[in-house]
Design a protein around this ligand. Sequence first.
Ligand SMILES: [Zn+2]
Length: 245
Amino acid sequence: MSNSLKDTLERADKDGVKYILTISTEDKSFNKILDIVTKHKNVYGTYGIHPHEAKSHKNVKTLDIIKKTSLSDKIIGIGETGLDFYYNHSDKKDQINCFEEHICAAQENKMPLIVHTRSAEKETIEILNKNLRKRNFKILIHCFTGTREFAFKLLNLGAYISASGIITFKKSLELANTFKDLPNERILVETDAPYLAPVPLRGKPNEPSFIIHTVRFLSELKKLSFDEFSKITTQNFFKLFGELN
Ligand SMILES: [Zn+2]
């Protein structure tokens, strides 16, 4: 299987993946994202600093984030950002500061905030809640792997919750049970490529076309057809990100 971007996008297209969102995690790779979204009609992007990278991006402030998102009308979200107290690759304080700069940018330019959260449920809720009280913003929790209680607290904050290939793993029974009870109109799907390829492709480098396995798993969980469920998550994407141009 060829790893070229062109072939990867062709495989996605063949499997019915019409739109792709590629996520920024650090400043230095953003130019690559701009290049990709400029060259490929159905690929959109975001700008953001992953919590792992917070320590080396202390200079990235709200205004910088807003400026970067305005460089192309195909940059449609802010993130990923958030808190990762599992790995703590950056100090908690730096992660929180960086997260709040992103939140202010999302409040200002009205783009959805794409949140990474791991081993930081209490702090994530506190920070989102505190800032939502000041000014509203749209939230997408990416690659959700948290507790059921956390999921329902996030729903109360108006968040959308995205499932990755992890949900198809055997050990993810509890996670699958949580998703079973989440309202369909708040669920999105993602690959988190190149990581977390879903069963039956687990262990392979993940890519957009593989999303069909995650969608199939969720549609069975929800007792809907593949087409019904994929229509719902597509609509949810547009509700959150707006119509694409
Ligand atoms: Zn993440």
